[in-house]
Design a protein around this ligand. Structure first.
Ligand SMILES: Nc1ncnc2c1ncn2[C@@H]1O[C@H](COP(=O)(O)OP(=O)(O)OP(=O)(O)O)[C@@H](O)[C@H]1O
Length: 347
């Protein structure tokens, strides 16, 4: 959780995205080059979100919903197709690459797979110190000291600096990945499924570490997960993403209490262990996320929605997020019926 849940509430958010789109072209594939008919993969399709200083925003949705694309585009690792990303009031999408370099330090990324994201040929000192070199922050003995200090900060030993990634367990490697992100003293970190490749027994340790670091350094996180039960314990607010769009956003408590978007309700009921905050019936989500090349018309969830109405497919556009009280918004005009209808459908 954040240092202070109200931190920044009355101020400009630390990070704000408006109308963000990331469409990939398929024309990089050989087949498409031969056929000459590139298509557009609408991975992120018009997202507005805000993250306050010291806040953790959880971003959840099934695989392929566009979560990683959103996180990468927010940090400028991918060029947006449209929309704006404001950091501390500055639109990063308007900056030249050299201007963006000054901000890169403040915005860091922790990757999902600690086995693939660390170069096996580099020592821990090289990996963690690389960002210090790139930004000219420390050299020589000072660099060495800073690396050792960072390792201790993430619960490793300073003597680990000379070792290689293969000498560490998954949890320890993720600690190295976190030390690398912390090296440049960032303000905002996108944590992209940082525990999903780890043993369950280790997951809680890494989540606790991220929470401790947030408190110590006043960090803000976008915490990506496909499982609502992971973000429940770390997020102040949660945004639920489906096929490139946010379908529900609210405080963690609001997301776990009615009313729900039917997609959120299905994700909640998929949590294997009965959740103390969850009292609804189980809903099985049929099939997988449709292709973002040709997404369904109208509300993109209507093809899998247990309470879909005929008109859900007929709208010209997806439904907008509608405020339902507090900080809670739902992109489903039928949200007031959801409780009754979903209960009846589940009987
Ligand atoms: N570089 C790319 N070129 C083309 N399509 C891409 C590219 N990166 C992602 N996609 C497509 O964009 C969609 C969203 O992918 P993304 O990885 O952002 O989703 P995700 O929710 O993070 O899923 P996962 O949890 O599996 O990573 C998917 O259909 C994916 O195949």
């Amino acid at each position: 959780m954040s240092v202070d849940n109200d931190a920044g509430a009355d101020d400009e958010p630390l990070v704000k995205i408006e109308g963000l789109k990331k469409h990939y072209s398929t024309d990089e594939g050989l087949l498409d080059r031969i056929i000459g008919d590139p298509q557009s993969v609408k991975a992120v399709d018009g997202v507005d979100l805000e993250i306050a200083e010291g806040e953790t925003l959880g971003l959840v949705g099934e695989s392929g919903c566009g979560k990683s694309s959103l996180g990468r585009t927010m940090l400028g690792l991918e060029e947006p197709t449209d929309g704006s990303v404001y950091y501390d009031g500055v639109d990063l999408t308007e900056l030249s690459s050299s201007e963006l370099r000054d901000y890169r330090k403040d915005l860091q990324f922790v990757f999902q797979n600690p086995f693939a994201s660390l170069n096996p040929r580099l020592t821990v000192s090289d990996i963690v110190g690389e960002a210090l070199d790139v930004h000219g922050l420390a050299e020589g003995g000072e660099r060495e000291e800073r690396v050792e200090e960072l390792l201790e900060t993430v619960g490793l030993q300073s003597s680990h600096a000379s070792r290689y990634p293969h000498e560490f367990s998954g949890g320890q490697r993720q600690r190295i990945g976190i030390a690398r992100a912390l090296a440049v003293d960032p303000e905002f970190i996108v944590c992209d499924e940082p525990v999903s490749a780890l043993d369950v027994s280790v997951q809680a340790q890494i989540l606790n570490l991220l929470e401790d670091l947030q408190e110590e350094f006043g960090l803000s996180y976008l915490f990506i997960a496909h499982d609502l039960s992971v973000v429940e314990h770390i997020a102040d607010r949660i945004a639920v993403m489906y096929l490139g769009e946010i379908v529900e956003v609210g405080t963690t408590e609001e997301i776990f209490s009615p009313p729900y978007h039917p997609y959120t309700r299905a994700l909640l009921s998929a949590i294997p262990e009965p959740d103390p905050l969850w009292e609804g019936d189980r809903i099985i989500l049929e099939g997988t996320v449709p292709s973002p090349i040709n997404p369904p018309s109208g509300c993109k969830f209507h093809t899998r929605c247990p309470i879909a109405h005929d008109e859900c497919a007929e709208w010209n556009d997806h439904p907008d997020l509608e405020a339902v009280g507090g900080q809670h918004s739902i992109a489903c005009p039928f949200h007031e019926e959801i409780e009754d209808e979903v209960d009846a459908a589940a009987d």
